[in-house]
Design a protein around this ligand. Structure first.
Ligand code: PLP
Length: 496
């Protein structure tokens, strides 16, 4: 089923050879195999990590110009994920996303993206100088979260912007909800342009048939996967995969070289090499177990008064085409507790740390690091919280529909580089926003930098505040003031 022997770990093996040779280090890092390291830190972490914390030399290869074990390790990763080329990122998926965008669009090119993108996508757009056209994701008002964009939204946006050079989607979402990515890939390709996928939450999808379809399987052209989030690689590791007639892999390498450090951590890269071996060889069984445990948690949580945990019944709603059962979204809305409060109670009283919280939910990320014992501890805590808080609190209100996307007069790069001044929000109608303004739930920007502030938006912010909902993004935490682009800059940029 694989082209190469997935038992191999060429980079880890090269590092082991270096260790076994007992090489005398006259290279950086200066701790020299840990000898020069602070004792307390060394005693805690142990000696082995220092032995493979090396720098670029022939035996261990170079991330920027791979010809040896890193090249082989990347080829194995491409083989495991059925792509044409895989690249290691040690700047997380954030770095890989910036590289994807800069590989595909140039200054002035139009790129179609969802409105609720991760900040690394905004960074990629600022760095590239591209012009974003936004698609609104689908909203689930019951749980207060945004799902993906639908194929219909992609099709309509492409029809209205036939000059677009690429479409980017996020799939699956943080909460494990996936859109109909195959149909989206077909639509995007009918315009002869590439589909870029932020697959931060999907490095495991390709290895179990009970998970949503992966980007590469669906025919996407390029994707970035947070191997550190779900599978065994260490934090900061990510994979960038390419399978496309539209994308030049040499350019991808060049852009990664532009963005990534010249001193990449071999500890991180070796962990990625070994995590790929683990998922390629044992992904199916490990994920079967993960899914079974997460489904057990979901069933039990749904029995606890005041809590709910959605599963496949969510499918069929717009933007919800497939579901990743390893994601456990615990909704506390009926209990009258916000997700933020629940997060704090779990952390402070029970020493259980969730991945994230929002107004109605906390999210537990399932992985093959989970155990029945850890799930049972979570269930015990939720049962106690349910008893303690039921009927004490009143239900939080629904979220309020967000106003239409305002007019963009400066592209993100211009807005980012402009001079800004803070003024009262109520006096800002007609000005160009220098900041984001986000409504929670569902965490979608109402305003992005470079867009014109409207009376509708100001009224909406007031409505949110009056309803006890959240609005964030401005430097002023109360959102009474907003930074706008200074008049001189607004005029100068629009003349240029
Ligand atoms: C949708 C999405 N994209 C990209 C990223 C960035 O990933 P990383 O933390 O690996 O840089 C995240 C991080 O949470 C994310 O949620």
């Amino acid at each position: 089923m694989y082209k190469y022997d997935q038992n191999e770990t060429p980079l880890f093996d090269a590092l082991m050879e270096y260790v076994n040779r007992e090489t005398i280090p006259f290279h950086v890092p200066g701790h020299k195999k840990g000898v020069g390291m602070d004792e307390e830190f060394k005693n805690f972490i142990g000696e082995n990590p220092f032995k493979i914390d090396v720098t670029v030399f022939k035996l261990v290869d170079s991330l920027h110009h791979p010809t040896g074990p890193i090249k082989k390790a990347q080829e194995l990763a491409a083989d495991a994920y059925k792509s044409d080329a895989a690249f290691f990122s040690i700047h997380g998926t954030s770095g890989a996303i910036q590289a994807m965008i800069m590989s595909v669009v140039n200054a002035g090119d139009t790129i179609i993206i969802p409105r609720n993108v991760h900040k690394s996508i905004t960074a990629g757009i600022i760095l590239s100088g591209a012009v974003p056209v936004y698609m609104q994701p689908e909203l689930d008002k019951k749980v207060g979260i945004a799902h993906g964009v639908t194929p219909e939204t992609v099709e309509k946006t492409l029809r209205e912007n036939p000059d677009a050079k690429a479409v980017l989607i996020i799939n699956p979402t943080y909460y494990g909800v996936a859109t109909d990515i195959k149909r989206i890939a077909d639509i995007v390709h009918s315009y002869n342009i590439p589909l870029i996928v932020d697959e931060a939450h999907g490095p495991h999808l390709a290895f179990n048939e009970n998970l949503p379809m992966s980007a590469m399987e669906a025919g996407a052209d390029i994707c970035a996967q947070s191997t550190h989030k779900i599978i065994g690689a260490l934090t900061q590791c990510s994979l960038l995969q390419v399978k496309s007639k539209y994308i030049d892999t040499h350019r991808v390498q060049q852009i990664l070289n532009l963005l990534q450090t010249t001193s990449p951590s071999y500890i991180l890269m070796a962990s990625l090499d070994c995590a790929r071996r683990q998922i390629a060889l044992h992904g199916k069984e490990l994920l079967d177990r993960t899914i079974a445990l997460a489904n057990y948690a979901r069933t039990e949580i749904n029995k606890i008064p005041g809590f709910s945990c959605f599963g496949e019944e969510i499918l069929g709603k717009p933007g919800a085409y497939a579901f990743d059962p390893t994601k456990i979204t615990i909704t506390s809305r009926e209990l009258g507790l916000t997700g933020y409060d629940l997060d704090m109670i779990l952390s402070n009283k029970y020493h259980i740390q969730m991945e994230l919280s929002d107004l109605y939910n906390v999210l537990a990320v399932g992985s093959f690091g989970d155990t029945k014992e850890s799930i049972d501890k979570l269930l015990e805590a939720l049962n106690e919280i349910s008893e303690e808080y039921s009927l004490k609190n009143s239900k939080k209100p629904d979220f309020i529909d967000i106003p239409p996307i305002p007019q963009q007069v400066l592209i993100p790069r211009e807005a980012f580089n402009s001079h800004k001044t803070s003024i009262p929000l109520k006096d800002s109608v007609g000005m160009i926003s220098g900041e984001f303004l986000l409504a929670y739930p569902p965490g979608i920007p109402v305003l992005c930098p470079g867009e014109i502030i409207t009376q509708d938006i100001i009224n909406y912010v007031q409505e949110l505040k009056a309803a006890g909902l959240y609005v964030q993004g401005t430097e002023d935490p109360k959102v009474d003031n907003i930074k706008v682009v200074k008049k001189e800059d607004a005029v100068r940029i629009s003349i240029e």
